[in-house]
Design a protein. Sequence first.
Length: 54
Amino acid sequence: MRVNQTQHLLQDNDIKFWGNNIWPGNSPDLNAADHIGTIIKNEVEKRMLNPNIL
């Protein structure tokens, strides 16, 4: 599959990317902005609960 080849190419060249374990699959009801918003919200909440994280 091209996806696997692309991911291996990125990994082999130490290029950071969001793989399919983080980024949701293609679905008409999934919006990229909503997904990123959820990631940001979770990070903010985690940092608010742990005062040692800046």
